[in-house]
Design a binder for this molecule. Sequence first.
Ligand code: TXA
Ligand code: MG
Length: 334
Amino acid sequence: MKTELLDASGLARAAELLRSGGLVAIPTETVYGLGANGLDESAVARIFEVKGRPQDNPLILHVAAAEDLTKWCRDIPAAAWTLTERFWPGPLTLVLKKRPAVPLRVTAGLDTVAMRCPDHPLTREVLRRAALPVAAPSANLSGKPSTTTAQHCIHDLWGKVEAILDGGPCRVGVESTILDLSVFPPRVLRPGGVTLEQLRALLPETELDPGLVKPGETPKAPGMKYRHYSPQAEVRLLRGEKERIDDYVNSLPDEGTAVLCFAGEEGRFPGKRTLAYGREDAPETLAAGLFDSLRALDTPEVKLICAMCPSEEGVGRAVVNRLKKAAGGKITCL
Ligand code: TXA
Ligand code: MG
């Protein structure tokens, strides 16, 4: 299939492709999304095919404005309006009871639907012009790190989708926070761009779902059970005193080992291939650099990536969550 690369001059084309059942990679402030008309079952089915996404993993429905919630959701609690007022457009996804108009293919059979209003000028305009709810997972092949530039989307999706809309690098760099408002108290199912601290400032009762799933159990956000965000190499997430980490990493062979480190700390690992993904004291820079760095280290020579684990404050919680998933669910404490 021929893929069109669009920019700010191609918004009408992007909207038209979505309206006619096409797949379009769209920029958001978090990561790129692989969008399709959320009311068109066969377009939605193609999202799953192209990504290689498990059928039981529901999609987020993207809308242009908070008012759209009433079209697709029912029993909307007052908290939803408080949150949309404060955080929309922005990196917060709300899980609410769905109306019958939302296809079960979007929600993977669930009675709830995840709703989000992204904060990117190009995509907001596309959503407005398409006048559709746009179903979109992250625009990566299933299991791979999410895409935060048009180049990443080209790498994963070229020839498989109708268009890629280049909106530049994503500002936040990790996906939206998913908050389940279909239960009380509200529950964070996935930490993301809006922090737990920010949510609790408005809704103090907000709980953090531990995301721990026993074999055979289904997590509340089905996508959280899969190995994810993973380059080809093994990822080892390291936490502990710096001297111990240095001893550990420096005892590994130089060949085949790469270090995903903090800016300014490359010198701690002489002989090793290093890549800084952001500043340790500025978690938002780590979030912004994370997926691009994981992708940059995804070369055949790299067999092991030792990643420095940041503190779980603010958006750092989302960064640790993603790195932990990439590392097969565990943190190596030294
Ligand atoms: O920032 C983002 O959220 C990006 C951009 C493109 O908007 N999207 C994104 O989508 O991260 P995706 O598909 O990669 O992750 C969506 C997550 C999955 O873990 C899925 O299981 C969960 O949301 N999810 C979707 N619908 C849900 C529902 N009704 N209840 C619980 N979890 C849901
Ligand atoms: Mg994803």
